[in-house]
Design a protein around this ligand. Structure first.
Ligand code: ATP
Ligand code: MG
Length: 351
């Protein structure tokens, strides 16, 4: 196993509430979970995807690296939200190399920033449905300022950033690794503390993505306002460890109002997808992210969208040694680990 670590990366999901770190190794030809851990950040250390308190976040990451006895420093992490633009574009048929040379020019027409200010990446999806002389391409443009900020930050945290991914694609990656690929469309929905990511996969390719700035922290903030207490106390009330501080009916009312709003947002995204992809049928919604475990959310979403909704398990298909890991804990937090496990599946030479 000496060379097994050669090209693998540590997955590091820098969430605005919870940092997750995961590592997957090939052992005897099988993908095996080697490390997984999470640590919470104080509120407002990361706001709208920008790291406001680099020292606090770096210390939290160093703590995780130490606790989990992580040896490698090569990491894959991801960004999302306002700093990333993902667009499906149509260009004349050409090779990957040719597109590489002309992508700056092609991208100029589609992105609202100066191309000099963004890092551009692309993925050829296949021939255009109506015109064989053209092809569909997924264009990804990330603000250089933000990418550079993450790279500098990770170096400061004594890590070596090898891949800077995008949340929705990390989600797609873990789906590919852990679920049987089918022709049917599946919507991957991750609800974190401050953002909701959607990636609709059709014929095993991402057909549509959307980020919305909503999430679990909305509920916590509302509880804090209602009880006039600190954010951390409100988080405890929300997660049930200080249930006596608030009547259950009041808590349920707050939870329901936000859950209804999340469901309406997801419904809007699904409706938009249907309006642009006639005859498509989303077979299933797979829910991930910590806030996806909010009581009643899954059932509410199934009713709102009339689609089968299931909880995403990113550990599916991995060998997990019960002597090394608390499998009950992993089962409980599985959906929260999704993006991290997608990142942990990246390789150094991945795009
Ligand atoms: N069992 C649970 N029930 C309800 N909410 C939960 C539960 N577990 C975690 N959460 C909530 O999920 C959120 C954290 O989830 P997650 O780790 O996916 O977010 P994040 O990645 O830190 O945030 P983001 O991706 O939005 O920046 C918090 O708001 C937390 O209160
Ligand atoms: Mg997250």
């Amino acid at each position: 196993m000496i060379f097994a670590k050669k090209d693998h990366l540590i997955g590091l999901d820098i969430g605005s509430r919870t940092i997750k770190l995961g590592e997957v190794l090939e052992k005897g030809g099988r993908r095996t979970l080697d490390k997984f851990g999470m640590a919470n950040l104080p509120q407002a250390t990361i706001v709208e995807g920008r790291i406001k308190e680099p020292q606090v976040v770096a210390d939290t990451i160093r703590g995780l690296v130490k606790d989990l006895k992580v040896k490698s420093h090569n990491v894959a992490t991801s960004i999302s939200g306002y700093s990333v633009i993902i667009k499906k574009i149509v260009v004349g048929r050409m090779s990957d190399e040719e597109l590489h040379d002309s992508i700056q020019y092609e991208a100029e027409q589609y992105i609202p920033f100066d191309v000099a200010d963004v890092n551009i990446d692309f993925h050829i999806l296949g021939d255009h449905e109506a015109n064989p002389n053209q092809m569909n391409v997924m264009l990804v443009a990330a603000k250089k300022e933000v990418v550079d900020e993450y790279v500098d930050f990770l170096e400061m945290a004594d890590l070596n950033p090898c891949v800077i991914d995008v949340d929705v694609f990390a989600l797609e990656k873990v789906f590919e690794e852990s679920y049987l690929l089918e022709e049917n469309s599946v919507a991957l929905v991750d609800v974190g503390a401050n953002k909701l990511n959607v990636n609709i996969i059709k014929n095993n390719i991402s057909a549509f993505t959307r980020d919305v700035a909503i999430g679990g922290e909305e509920i916590t903030r509302e509880i804090a306002a209602h009880l006039d207490c600190s954010f951390e106390e409100a988080e405890e009330v929300k997660l049930g460890s200080a249930a006596d501080k608030m009547p259950q009916e009041d808590l349920q009312e707050i939870v329901l109002s936000f859950v209804s709003n999340w469901c309406s947002e997801i419904r809007r995204v699904v409706d938009f997808f249907y309006s642009t992809h006639a005859n498509e049928n989303i077979q299933q919604i797979l829910l991930s992210g910590g806030a996806s475990q909010t009581p009643g959310f899954l059932e509410h979403l199934a009713t709102e969208t009339s689609i089968d909704v299931e909880t995403f398990d990113p550990f599916r298909g991995l060998d997990i040694d019960e002597n090394d890991h608390d499998t009950n804990y992993l089962k409980r937090i599985a959906p929260q680990a999704a993006i991290c496990m997608g990142l942990a599946s990246r390789r150094v030479d991945d795009k």
